[in-house]
Ligand binder design. Sequence first.
Ligand code: FAE
Length: 543
Amino acid sequence: MAGVTSPLSRRRFLGFAALNSAALLGLNTITTAPAAAAKPTGDVLPAVIVGTGYGAAVTALRLGEAGVPTLMLEMGRLWDTPGEDGNVFCSMLRPDGRAMWLKNRTRAPLASLLWMDVINHDTERYPGVLDRVDHDGMSVYLGRGVGGGSLVNGAMAVVPKRSYFEEVLPSVDPDEMYGRYFPRATAALGVNHVDPEWFETCESYQYARLSREHAHRAGLTTTFVPSVYDFDYLRREEAGEVPRSALAGEVIYGNNHGKRSLDKTYLADALGTGNVTIRALHEVRAIRRDARGYALTVHRRDETGEVVERLEIATERLFLGAGSLGSTELLLRARDTGTLPELGPEIGQGWGPNGNVMVGRANHVWDSTGRTQSGMPALGIDAWDDPEHPVFAEIAPVPAGVELWLSLYLAITKNPERGHFSYDPATDTARLHWNAEQGKTSIQQAKALFDKINRANGTTYRTDLFGDTRAFENRFTYHPLGGLVLGAATDDWGRVRGYPGLYVTDGSLIPGSTGVNPFVTITALAERNVERILAEDWTTPVG
Ligand code: FAE
């Protein structure tokens, strides 16, 4: 096979082999060194990572490269085994149990069409790939499985504006980030760009070209958005040369082809180092200090989602990569149940939904968006520098397979409001405190932008999409950020204050907002932090 002789691609090849053989054999343990992975309990492991999303995957690769034997614990499934229909994931048009995490019905962000409940479907309860966690006033969408959010997201790989990054994370050296870590992250994630010539003529992005025309008519600027979906694969989908994925209504319940999710990049490379093991369907429930480091209580689920075993795993160093909600909940629970009592009041603070607002516009009958829409966005409206109403709006697809005369957007707005979490002993969960009042600024900003577009084009809002008659939906987010903020709950490199050997490595470090879709920022920040931690915290040589 071409390229497998270079060290990196040989490593990735080994990682793929481990993922494939675990899938084939129906194993939850994924490793290239089965003997080393055989004993998860009893011994004190050098390093454990909770989760397998962006921050976790970066950390695993760099620890693995440094020779540190590392165990990753992921509560979701390994998504590599085809179901009865021959596909690993189900599509948005025909969802089944694979769609959602332990629910009896899908909960898609668009709740209705023409006020009719035709989008969501009853399904069997199963450990599916997308979760929606409901809090008062805010629902949070999350990926569950080996690869975390990378399995379900829209693949938009955007580097934030430097001036805004400096505002959000003032303690981080921007020269280092923009000179070293953002380039490192985008290369390792396999970010690519749409061919502008193909974009102008393809069917897949007719909907985006129409929204661009409408935005330009209002004097607004649009910009191409880089992606981790393989645009060459998309071109071949449209040409009928390969099986369809982005063109077959596959996005939020996973993509069967074309997506460079983390199991194809960072995680495969991490496994290929020979030092990393992943255990899927293992949920970390509790963390306590012990003489040798940290002891974890872990619940193992079977393929139906039932908890079938309770394990204790001990580790010298513990990295939390369970995402904004997951990592924050683990530390809040630990503080408030007294297992890590020295954790401070910063735990659970500084949370935000990245100013997310979804909005739809009704097009004129002569303005067709096309029946074939790429599920992977490639264009955004960039009004972030507007001094009064800063917005970056992704031009979102509605891959329904029929013409709906609908232009959809996910707007990212600049909202300084922050929520916080508290621990609820009755349910043993972290509850988010966020209310409708806090979301108002986001709606005002989005409304200013889309009013302009509607005025310039003689169009109106769609009020049939969100279950009632609202035009702006800001009661859900795809982009939960914060809860364990860098420089507050942790030091400037993600070390949890008061607990040596305990680290945070995911979106919970970022205080509520990035101004663009966040996974590149999470990845680059994790690259920066783990480099420092490896250089300073391992006093004896590792490996
Ligand atoms: P994340 O990727 O959420 O990974 C956390 C992992 O930890 C998950 O696999 C969990 O199952 C696991 N976990 C949680 N708790 C536990 C526990 N107690 N024990 C064991 N495992 C646990 O974390 N971002 C973009 O930049 N571009 C996009 O186009 C985009 N589109 C999106 C579309 C959707 C539908 C969604 C849901 C998100 C989207 N995002 C997008 C957001 C992006 O996926 C998200 O910011 C990152 O995935 C967050 O990365 P983390 O490393 O923080």
